[in-house]
Design a protein around this ligand. Structure first.
Ligand code: PRX
Length: 655
């Protein structure tokens, strides 16, 4: 990890935040959890989680050991217990007389809508479970999911969980290449996709990427199930490709869910790490469901009878797994699912949706909030947002200005904001205020949740005193923790458990303010955070050098007002290549990165440079590149092999 430093100075002002927003007495009195929850968890952490597991889930067979940490860092939670995720998300609500409750209000991008009750959703999932079984999918088999934000995505995930198949959702913004590498790593037997989706009023294809991904032989996929969504023509491979609708029409609506072992794998989700190869993060069933359900209830203060919850995350990311596909349904909530972008057909689309469905809990990312700030408060001002009572933030640090705007303009100056820190690896929220308990502070995620042992430590793993910065760690295993990296237990140990003895290292820098509240300061490794999406500098560098024109590449995440960070690449072209007349190397390389990884990874700027700043031992000094990319004077360059390089680059950048 080349950038393992914490840039505390830039955040010094954060430590002097004086604004506090305590919960109103009414909110506090009616809240799902109260102050005493911290004490009860502290008294016996493991017993606390056992209690949550039994409270939030219906176990087919009760567990006899809450935590087995004897093979640390490989944890086992709720040992001996058996539980079915789909039964917990669906059947049990129907059995409890809630079949008519709306599970999903689907709002399609072109304006089509669907109201899906718990009874409907249960039937759809049962059919899909039967259909997948008819295709030979068995417990433990992997299923790749490459779908837009449509109900079939949730149906597919829950149908897999029901039969014990392990889903691996790949975000629709990833390329065919990225999809193939994930299919290969997980050895997926089935792919579920759609012809495409809609983006800004136009059809946008998905199936062609699946066809490209599977074009070369040697893959494990037997069938591709295709949902008809946008009606575009797609190529069809006879025998391999099957229509979702035909399969579902033929499938029985009867299917009995059996309990799976608590540690049975639920899903794999790939995320970027510090090396070029994405990591398959493995989550298992009992612990994951327990912590997602508990946090969804406690942090959002969910009242399933009356709330309308909307998490804007795509199911391609962990937030869309934990807080769209699983926790809300396990908790019997009514939620909104939206297929499109916030600005189509107009910049008030989100607020129109909030007004239409009377959304009371909204969970989104700071990037979206900052974008809306730029569009102006008049836009949300045109809609009735009075239904909102809790606001959530996730994915990146939220700056105090955006926090205040969110509170005032969207939350009417009264809805508490919960800034939730967590990761693909943690599975569920780890650090966040409790809206009926915590006096919130603009910009800080503040406090570890009850039962979660998060700390900030120095280089040597010693806790830092209040007012100081360091590295965010987790001291004790938690129920929804990743269990391993798929197929690579050594990498799991090395990545997360080797930096500090006996502690999980999250890769984030953090500070404790004078009250002991935690402020997240961003990644301290080679991972970038662009619009709340995780990207690896190494992965983008590998994509760039895979182009025949490129000799060397260095990528940095430069601070960006809207997206948090933006990808900036510096490349050296091969001296022997002749760039064809009229071709712009930067544009060609951007497209190349889009093809290799996906549009989300395309650098905002690509600068062709004659040299890269290197130390005498040949290491690229990314810190200096970050300085110039952020418009700062790169300062001391004397350790460079060739100090003139930086002046040259800075001059090129000014041009
Ligand atoms: O750097 C932290 C940042 O997002 C990273 C995790 O990214 P990912 O696995 O894609 O999951 C994102 C959604 C949970 C973290 O290492 N991050 C996430 N939430 C916050 C955050 N940074 C600051 N504040 C947050 N609330």
């Amino acid at each position: 990890m080349s950038q393992q430093t914490v840039n505390g100075d830039a955040f010094e002002n954060l430590l002097h935040e004086e604004r506090h927003f305590p919960p109103t007495p009414e909110f506090a009195a009616a809240a799902n959890v109260h102050e005493d929850v911290y004490a009860s968890a502290a008294e016996d952490r493991v017993a606390f989680w056992a209690e949550q597991a039994r409270k939030h889930l219906t176990w087919s067979k009760d567990f006899d050991q809450t935590l087995d940490w004897s093979d640390a860092p490989f944890a086992k939670w709720f040992v001996g217990g058996e539980v079915n995720a789909a039964y917990n998300a669906l059947d049990r609500h129907v059995e409890n007389g809630l079949g008519d409750r709306v599970a999903i209000y689907f709002e399609g991008e072109p304006g089509d809508t669907e109201k899906i009750t718990y009874a409907d959703l249960t039937e759809r999932v049962k059919k899909a479970a039967n259909a997948f079984e008819s295709l030979g999918v068995r417990k433990g088999d992997r299923v790749a999911v490459y779908l837009p934000m449509i109900p079939e995505a949730v149906v597919t995930m829950l149908a897999c969980a029901r039969i014990g198949a392990v889903h691996s959702v790949v975000f629709g913004g990833f390329s065919a290449e990225a999809l193939r590498s994930r299919i290969d790593d997980a050895e997926a037997k089935l792919v579920v996709t759609a012809d495409g989706t809609y983006r800004r009023g136009k059809p946008s294809p998905l199936k062609p990427a699946v066809d490209d991904a599977l074009a070369a032989p040697g893959h494990s996929v037997e069938h591709v199930v295709v949902v008809r969504r946008n009606g575009q023509d797609v190529d069809w491979t006879q025998g391999r490709d099957l229509h979702w609708s035909e399969l579902m029409d033929a499938a029985s609506g009867e299917h009995t869910a059996v309990g799976h072992e608590s540690e049975h794998p639920l899903y794999i989700l790939y995320t970027s790490g510090t090396t070029g190869k994405p990591k398959g993060i493995l989550h298992t069933t009992g612990g994951y469901l327990t912590q997602t359900a508990f946090t969804h209830s406690a942090v959002f203060d969910l009242k399933p009878e009356t709330d309308v919850y909307w998490c804007t995350a795509d199911i391609g990311w962990v937030t869309g797994h934990s807080y769209v596909a699983y926790a809300p349904l396990v908790n019997g909530a009514t939620q909104v699912m939206y297929e499109g972008t916030p600005d189509s057909p107009h910049q008030g689309r989100w607020w129109e949706i909030v007004e239409k469905y009377k959304v009371s809990i909204l969970y989104t990312a700071p990037t979206a909030i900052r974008t809306m700030m730029k569009w102006g408060r008049e836009i949300p001002g045109k809609y009735d947002l009075s239904s909102i009572r809790v606001l959530g933030s996730v994915g990146e640090p939220i700056n105090p200005e955006a926090w205040m705007w969110y509170r005032e303009v969207i939350g009417g100056g009264k809805a508490p904001i919960v800034d939730t820190w967590w990761q693909t690896e943690t599975g569920a929220i780890m650090v966040a205020p409790l809206p009926g308990v915590t006096s919130t502070k603009p910009g800080s995620a503040q406090v570890p949740l009850p039962g979660i042992a998060v700390d900030v430590v120095d280089e040597n793993g010693k806790p830092v005193p209040n007012g100081h910065g360091g590295f965010l760690v987790v001291r004790e295993p938690w129920p929804s923790m990743l269990r391993t990296i798929w197929g690579d237990p050594e990498r799991f140990k090395e990545t997360y458990w080797s930096r500090f003895e006996g502690m999980y290292f999250a890769g984030d820098g953090a500070k404790k303010d004078n009250d002991g509240d935690i402020w997240l300061l961003g990644r301290v490794d080679d991972v970038m955070n662009v619009s709340g999406h995780r990207l690896s500098t190494t992965e983008i560098e590998s994509a760039l050098v895979s182009h025949e024109w490129v000799a060397e590449a260095a990528v940095v995440g430069a601070t960006d007002e809207t997206t948090g960070q933006a990808v900036v690449a510096f490349v050296i072209l091969r001296s022997e290549v002749e760039i064809p007349e009229g071709e712009d190397p930067s544009a060609v390389l951007r497209t190349h990165v889009g093809k290799e990884i996906g549009p989300i990874a395309k650098p905002k700027h690509i600068l062709v440079v004659p040299e890269l700043p290197k130390t005498r031992s040949g290491k690229i000094m990314r810190r200096l590149l970050k300085d110039v990319a952020e418009g700062r004077d790169p300062g001391d360059a004397t350790t460079l092999a060739d100090p003139a390089v930086m002046q040259q680059i800075a001059a090129d950048l000014r041009k």
